[in-house]
Design a protein around this ligand. Structure first.
Ligand code: FES
Length: 176
């Protein structure tokens, strides 16, 4: 019996160590509710706001502290598009797929980006530098097709320009 109690306490302590004090306090408040699972979205928002994404370790800790099955926590995290399951890259690449950009070749630019980075939408390159996202109209249709990397807008982009544009953001040591 005491072995079970010890194990429970160890698991709870380990879960608390993964998260921050305010998040743990919020979860414990939610756990007192008759339906703790109904608070999952608010808890996951709080975790993502702090860590930038929802990794396995954070999801397991939420499940343990909220006393909700891990599969349910992971299911909610992967169902909603506003939750990210991977860390974001240092630079977010927004490819405009609005009408003006699309008819001027944004899909070919997007394909070149996917090929160069080896990732698809929502993913982050292995080196952690870039996350690829699709956007609706960025409001600069006269410059279509448009890419936004970080805060910088790249106008009238062609697929051939993609490697040169990406190289601008790489550390000096990696440029050749
Ligand atoms: S459609 Fe791309 S900027 Fe408007």
């Amino acid at each position: 019996m005491s072995c079970t109690t010890d194990n429970w306490e160890q698991v709870q302590t380990a879960a608390r160590a993964v998260l921050t004090e305010p998040i743990v306090a919020h979860i414990l408040k939610c756990r007192a509710d008759p339906e703790p699972a109904s608070h999952l979205i608010s808890v996951l928002h709080q975790v993502q706001a702090h860590f930038g994404f929802l990794g396995h370790t954070q999801l397991d800790a939420v499940a343990q502290l909220l006393q909700v099955p891990t599969a349910k926590v992971a299911g909610v995290a992967s169902f909603y598009h506003f939750f990210r399951l991977q860390p974001r890259g240092r630079f977010i690449i927004n490819v405009c797929l609005g009408t003006a950009c699309y008819v001027r070749g944004a899909d070919r630019v997007a394909q070149k980006l996917r090929d160069e980075l080896g990732i698809t939408w929502g993913e982050t390159s292995k080196d952690g530098m870039f996350t690829l996202e699709a956007s609706r109209c960025l409001g600069t249709c006269g410059l279509a097709p448009v890419l936004k990397i970080g805060d910088e807008v790249h106008p009238t982009v062609t697929p051939d320009q993609v490697p040169v544009i990406l190289a601008k953001y790489l550390p000096r040591s990696r440029k050749q």
